[in-house]
Write a protein of this length. Structure first.
Length: 176
């Protein structure tokens, strides 16, 4: 690691339990956030984008325009359902262990936008829980946690899918 030999002992069983727990907890976090937005007929990204983001946020004056206001007023019709459905589907996929790498990528992308909207951060210069979620999702995807009691393992080992994965090995990047 970083040009040095690193050796340590670990328990594969406990690593598996911790990665499965991490995937399930992140899945629940996304699913709950999404479902609460889906079932609330009044929920829209407009409220958050117009009122929850600080006036000092550096993206309020990018390229001479208020990015958040443009998103809130011109793109709310698309961003509202994308946010609701995206959070819900990412959460379900993580819980089920289905297309985990793809879900972790899009979850991390969403959290990056939330992180950018959080500036200036309270009590920190750079790191808040959104960035922690990005890194946790990176770990969930990097370790291929969908293979631990997840549907990704079943899909990868299915006799009708294996030939496609052999022919197109990059498809495995979506699974795990």
């Amino acid at each position: 690691m970083f040009g040095r030999d690193v050796q340590f002992r670990y328990s594969e069983t406990w690593i598996g339990y911790s990665l499965l727990s991490l995937r399930l907890i992140m899945g629940w976090t996304f699913l709950y956030a999404g479902i609460t937005k889906v079932i609330d007929p009044e929920w829209s990204v407009r409220g958050y984008l117009n009122f929850a983001i600080s006036q000092e946020n550096f993206l309020r004056s990018i390229a001479g325009t208020d990015l958040w206001a443009v998103m809130a007023n011109d793109w709310y019709w698309l961003l509202t359902p994308l946010n609701q459905v995206g959070l819900t589907l990412i959460g379900l996929a993580l819980i089920l262990g289905l297309f985990v790498r793809l879900s972790a990528f899009w979850g991390g992308t969403m959290m990056t936008f939330y992180w950018l909207a959080s500036f200036p951060l309270e009590g920190s210069i750079l790191i808040d829980f959104h960035l922690v979620y990005v890194l946790l999702l990176f770990a969930v995807g990097a370790f291929g946690t969908g293979r631990i009691l997840g549907l990704d393992a079943i899909i990868e080992n299915h006799p009708k899918v294996e030939p496609y994965l052999e022919k197109y090995p990059n498809l495995r990047l979506l699974l795990g």
